[in-house]
Write a protein that binds this ligand. Structure first.
Ligand SMILES: NC(=O)c1ccc[n+]([C@@H]2O[C@H](COP(=O)([O-])OP(=O)(O)OC[C@H]3O[C@@H](n4cnc5c(N)ncnc54)[C@H](OP(=O)(O)O)[C@@H]3O)[C@@H](O)[C@H]2O)c1
Length: 250
């Protein structure tokens, strides 16, 4: 994983960071305090996807950070739209990542939590059949009952709202299960609703050295009552790729 060189500009300049050094930068000192981190990659002109997937934006450095962030969390939260469009499989970390998690005292793999209203998720998908840890499907009371029953056979179904999903309930319910270090990999609709609910603590944003133009989605969709201010806490650089870290100002 350490093949691509990553340097630190902020908080303190440091060159050619090891995986351990990068993990130490992102690790939270007190895991008992719930924390929701969101990770995205965007082109320099703000596109969150190229031809409907984010893969065209990700550089080697982005992939390295993406993998390292999974190592630190208790749960990876992803919207069903991203799960479908990006073709997510089971949340299985590579053996070296799993070993580093175990050395930290964590389970080998994080829990995979998928957020869906419609429950258009196939219970026979490898997401469920090859999962090393029973996934969580987060939905509402209004979700189709037959799909809910089918998914309950392969995942824990967490109800977080009646007609509409309440992100605050989602975050609190995961924390109640001991999943305090929460890591969201998108997508834009889910990020937008988490933002609107004031549930997000941190944004990790890779700025990919590309201009995409067109009408690609941005990293956050939906409406906010007012813009949210960010505090820049970390800047890593790898070649032409910027790896930014912001905390949401309260
Ligand atoms: N650049 C990046 O880093 C990045 C990261 C992730 C995704 N993406 C891109 O984003 C695009 C997908 O965008 P998207 O907005 O559709 O993704 P999304 O937020 O992952 O998915 C939207 C779907 O997720 C479920 N969902 C999300 N928020 C919900 C909420 N608050 N309540 C209930 N259900 C909720 C719903 O699923 P149901 O339809 O099942 O009800 C909804 O239709 C893709 O092109 C993907 O490549 C880019």
């Amino acid at each position: 994983m350490g093949a691509v060189r990553i340097d630190c500009l902020l908080p303190l300049p440091a060159s050619d960071l090891s995986d351990d050094a990068i993990s130490a930068l992102y690790d939270r000192a007190d895991r008992s305090v719930p924390w929701l981190r969101v990770n995205f990659v965007s082109s320099a002109d703000g596109a969150a996807a190229v031809d409907g997937v984010s893969g065209g934006l990700g550089t080697d450095a982005d992939h390295r950070i993406f993998d390292l962030l999974r190592e630190l969390c208790d749960v990876v939260i992803v919207g069903a739209g991203t799960v479908r469009s990006e073709g997510y499989g089971a949340m299985v970390l590579p053996p070296a990542s799993a070993a580093r998690r175990v050395a930290r005292g964590l389970p080998a793999h994080p829990v995979f939590a998928i957020v869906s209203n419609s429950l258009t998720l196939d219970p026979a998908s490898p997401i469920f059949t090859e999962a090393p840890v029973r996934p969580i499907v987060v939905t509402t009371e209004a979700a189709p009952h037959d799909r809910r029953t089918a998914l309950a056979a392969v995942a824990d179904v967490l109800i977080a709202g009646q007609q509409q999903l309440d992100p605050s309930i989602l975050v609190a319910a995961l924390a109640e299960r001991g999943l305090t270090q929460q890591h969201c990999e998108g997508g834009p609709s889910l990020f937008g609703s988490l933002l609107a609910a004031g549930a997000v603590d941190e944004l990790c944003l890779t700025v990919s050295p590309q201009l995409v133009a067109g009408d690609a989605k941005r990293i956050a969709a939906g409406a906010l009552a007012s813009p949210r201010d960010l505090a820049l806490s970390q800047v890593l650089v790898s070649g032409d790729t910027l790896l930014l870290r912001y905390e949401l100002r309260r």
